[in-house]
Write a protein that binds this ligand. Structure first.
Ligand code: 4AD
Ligand code: MG
Length: 430
């Protein structure tokens, strides 16, 4: 007898199969027993019929509890009324393990309780839908860059230097030296871009950020393209194309999951190229007018992102930030050296910044100056300075945060549900 996954069940109508999974739900109605089994790929309803309430199959059924593991054998039947359009006429149930007192019951639970049981919460339908969307987003990102001839470069996680400021570094011992967990693969990508032209890295990044918000994780995944000879404009268009590619994939392939999440897809469907482009100085007075306390030189926070979502119902690109608030490597604007050629893409519906990037300094003297100004230890950046000595070219790149993108796609307000095991300011368990 074939072991079949629920998602493939339609191809087995009329045949006897075995499904291996866990008890999701069960109920009785007269001479019929219903058993809903989940196997990780979907839910399948099984039915059993007997006039004898003490039939051996019914006795096995009676002993089953929520999340007991089972092998269920039976014949696949097309059944319009069943979820998924097919059901199993059960002939045999083999319990693998009987679960006792599964803590997540159909009643409402508090978020702290669910977070404490994250290892089990992942089995719930909604969490399942979110994580399937996440897997699709990751696949879409890889397909996008692979399809455009970008070379995948895995950058190191243990590093001797900071990329995004020294205040959020996780320090660890590296034998007799100090090392930091990577905040971004960008600096290494600048080296690989000079070697391969256009590259991307995609991996976990770490920020010891003391911000307890619904948009910050301590460990998050970021995809970072870097392109030699590309300008701020080139990289902005690349970011738009990536966002559109991801949206299209999720809408076409994960519609059922979005339905489970009750995601209104209209705000995603309306996203088109080009996104509104605004300079920092253009948007500042509009934010202030609406009550924001932001001043020239401040970075955007959640209130500013929320206001932007009031002005625009699509993502927006903000560029030309005050250089002083941005990272040391940002190329100054030619006409305004106090502004940086950086771009952030702010998602619609208040989901916040999903992309941060821009054009990098390619001039050796200027970069040396910035390293001094930011009081960074020059020794750790010697190799990075080399890139400006041997065939330096203007180049640009960005980072897109996977979890923020997933929360936007899913319409989930808190980022903690967009990764299987979130690392949060006050939580590293489980
Ligand atoms: O704007 P950020 O800090 O940019 C960089 O790290 C650049 N070095 C990237 C580059 O140019 N190669 O981070 C990029 C994106 C943000 O827009 C956001 O989506 C995500 O990474 N991000 C976070 N996501 C979750 N939790 C956090 N604490 C995040 N910090 C940044
Ligand atoms: Mg940023």
């Amino acid at each position: 007898m074939d072991w079949v996954y629920v998602e493939d069940i339609a191809g087995h109508a009329g045949r006897e199969v075995e499904v291996r999974g866990w008890v999701y739900h069960k109920r009785s109605s007269g001479k019929v027993r219903f058993l809903v089994v989940r196997d990780g790929t979907g839910l399948l309803q099984g039915t059993m019929y007997s006039a004898d309430k003490d039939a051996p199959l019914f006795q096995t059924f009676d002993a089953l509890t929520q999340e007991s593991s089972v092998l269920v054998r039976g014949v696949v039947r097309e059944e319009k009324r069943a979820p998924g359009g097919f059901e199993l006429e059960i002939r045999e149930i083999v319990p693998v393990q009987i679960s006792r007192d599964y803590p997540i019951t159909p009643k409402e639970h508090s978020t702290p309780f669910l977070m404490e049981h994250r290892h089990l919460w992942l089995r719930s339908e909604k969490q399942h839908a979110v994580l399937r969307v996440r897997a699709e987003v990751v696949k879409a990102i890889r397909d996008f860059f692979d399809g455009r001839g970008f070379r995948l470069m895995d950058t190191p996680i243990l590093t001797p230097s900071a990329c995004e400021g020294t205040t959020t570094l996780f320090e660890t011992a590296y034998f007799d030296q100090k090392a930091y967990l990577s905040q971004s693969g960008q600096l290494y990508n600048e080296a690989t871009a000079m070697a391969f032209g256009k590259v991307y890295c995609f991996g976990p990044t770490f920020r010891a950020e003391r911000s307890k918000t619904r948009k910050h994780l301590i460990e998050f995944w970021m995809v970072e393209p870097e392109v030699a000879f590309a300008t701020l404009e080139d990289i902005t268009v690349l970011g738009e194309d990536l966002v559109l590619f991801i949206i299209d994939r999720v809408l076409t392939r994960r519609r059922a999951d979005l339905d489970i999440l009750e995601r209104d897809v209209k705000p995603l469907e309306r996203v088109a190229k080009p996104f509104p482009r605004l300079r920092y100085e253009e948007i500042l007075p509009r934010l202030q007018e609406k009550g924001s306390t932001i001043k020239f030189g401040d970075d955007f926070g959640a209130p500013e992102e929320a206001l932007l979502s009031e002005f625009y119902d699509v993502p927006v690109c903000i560029s030309h930030f005050p250089a002083a608030v941005k990272a040391f490597y940002m190329q100054p604007a030619p006409d305004r050296p106090d502004l940086a050629l950086g771009v952030d893409v702010i998602a619609s519906e208040s989901y916040g910044e999903i992309i941060g990037g821009g054009q990098r300094i390619h001039d050796l003297d200027l970069l040396e100056e910035r390293i001094r100004e930011h009081r960074l230890p020059r020794e750790a950046y010697e190799w990075y300075l080399d890139l400006r000595k041997y065939g330096s070219v203007p180049h640009s790149g960005f980072g897109l945060g996977v979890e923020r993108t997933v929360s936007w796609m899913c319409g989930i307000k808190h980022i903690r549900e967009t990764i299987p095991f979130p690392r949060l300011l006050y939580r590293i368990y489980p």
